[in-house]
Design a protein around this ligand. Structure first.
Ligand SMILES: Cc1ncc(COP(=O)(O)O)c(C=O)c1O
Length: 292
């Protein structure tokens, strides 16, 4: 596998980053995860915008639009058309005459930019939501959930807590309100008083969560989805709960805290949302190959 390190394509085994890199010592960096279907790098502008927002907030000087050149170069080097691309930008390694543990790095430090890609299944395989069990965990993470920080220790601990409770995924609750999961946003189908079902997802600003690119696309292509806070008690009466994310696409939580969610099976709304999502991917692929 060839990886991208500071603009160079190198075999993974020969790609080296200093042990003094601030990404390693401080978790001082941000990242992106991007999906590619049949050579089409999906929603790159959204990924660049989110990465740039995180870089700017952290004061790391790097132009995220460079991903427009770096992504195809990495894909071509690995000869991949269906892939997951990971990019990480850390503040970098202090120069030898600068203190390694200074909380504020020197102004002219060079960021470290690292990317790898992995093969993934094509759009034709996304026929059915995957299925998992979930466990609610108190959201003790920091309050800058909109920054896609590489400091994921709280997410790792939560995932291990969920596994210890016998579940596949942790669903975070902050002050009794649903936020997100360790690596996805959450959609919930709730029964309404008139017998209908409301599909809802928590707002980005009010609970400290990541503005997921998948969530954003789904809000555009499924206008029936409402953005509102979801209380813990509502989760226990939900008809369906499902997770959405770049790698996950759509994953139904059919058991929560050991109890079935709705029928305890993958529900019609998760299927509907996945269908809309794959139709959207197919339409983009078709538009790309249609001559003007
Ligand atoms: C905490 C968290 N929430 C949500 C998401 C989903 O974001 P996206 O749809 O951009 O992959 C991720 C993705 O890594 C995440 O880490």
């Amino acid at each position: 596998m060839l990886v991208s390190l500071n603009g160079q394509l190198v075999p993974a085994a020969r790609a080296h980053v200093s042990v003094f890199d601030r990404g390693f010592l401080f978790g001082d960096g941000v990242y992106e995860g991007i999906r590619v279907f049949d050579g089409l790098v999906r929603h790159l502008d959204d990924h660049c915008a989110r990465l740039q927002q995180g870089l700017d907030e952290a004061g790391i000087t790097w132009d995220a639009k460079q991903l427009h050149d770096l992504c195809p170069a990495l894909l071509d080097a690995n000869n991949l058309r269906d892939a997951f691309l990971y990019w990480q930008v850390t503040r970098g390694t202090p120069k030898p005459d600068h203190p390694v543990r200074a909380r504020i790095a020197e102004a002219d430090i060079e960021p470290t930019v690292f990317g790898y890609c992995l093969p993934t299944p094509g759009v034709e395989t996304l026929t059915e939501p995957t299925e998992c069990s979930g466990h609610t965990i108190r959201d003790d993470r920091w309050h800058k959930g909109h920054v896609k920080s590489v400091s994921l220790m709280a997410n790792v601990i939560a995932a291990m807590d969920a596994a210890r409770a016998g579940a596949d995924e942790a669903l975070f609750l902050r002050d009794g309100m649903l936020s997100e999961s360790c690596s996805t946003n959450v959609f919930v189908a709730l029964p309404a008083a008139d017998g209908s079902t409301a599909l809802v997802t928590p707002p980005v600003g009010d609970v400290s969560i990541l503005s997921g690119v998948t969530r954003k696309v789904l809000l555009e292509i499924c206008p029936e989805v409402q953005v509102r806070m979801v209380a813990e008690a509502e989760l226990h009466h939900a008809n369906e709960i499902f997770l959405v994310g770049t790698m996950t696409t759509v994953r139904s939580v059919t058991m929560l805290n050991g109890n079935p969610v709705g029928t305890g099976r993958i529900g019609p709304l998760a299927r509907h949302v996945l269908d809309r999502y794959t139709a959207h991917i197919r339409a983009q692929l078709a538009a790309r190959s249609t001559p003007r």
